[in-house]
Design a protein around this ligand. Sequence first.
Ligand SMILES: [Ca+2]
Length: 167
Amino acid sequence: MSILSMCLILLLLVPVAAVANEECANATRIQGSDPFVDNGSTFQASEIGQGNPAANCSFIAASTRGAWYLLQGDDRCYTASTEGSLFDTILAVYSTTAGCEGLSCVRQNDDGDSGTTSEVSFTTTTGVDYYILVAGYSNRTGEYTLTVTVRCDIWLLVCCKTASRLP
Ligand SMILES: [Ca+2]
């Protein structure tokens, strides 16, 4: 057996590091501290796939690979940002009362205020789940930082008027 063959066999035997939250059903729950900060990589994530309800955000394609987060609505406004990420990200936010099959696009953003990372603000309703997808522009993947902050509790009405507009 050649060295090349042995290397190939070894490569096949080494398990590929899966992305734990690459599917909506396995979304990482956003809870605890404000801001909520999480780091990850979409490099090994699988493609969203044809017919996926996530595609009703127009920036998301069947070939999109990303990481999912779940925020339970509480009538407050939130801002999600990928500032600090190491690649050209996209953020998509969905609302649902029927889990991952009932996704409805709330807001999406490609480039926020700082370069090619993304930022979205949105208002939430108690009893509604909000799924946030961290993905890449034109199917790019890489290492990301997601920061979710509660936004303007005191000025809720003003914030929500601004945040409820689709981009
Ligand atoms: Ca971008």
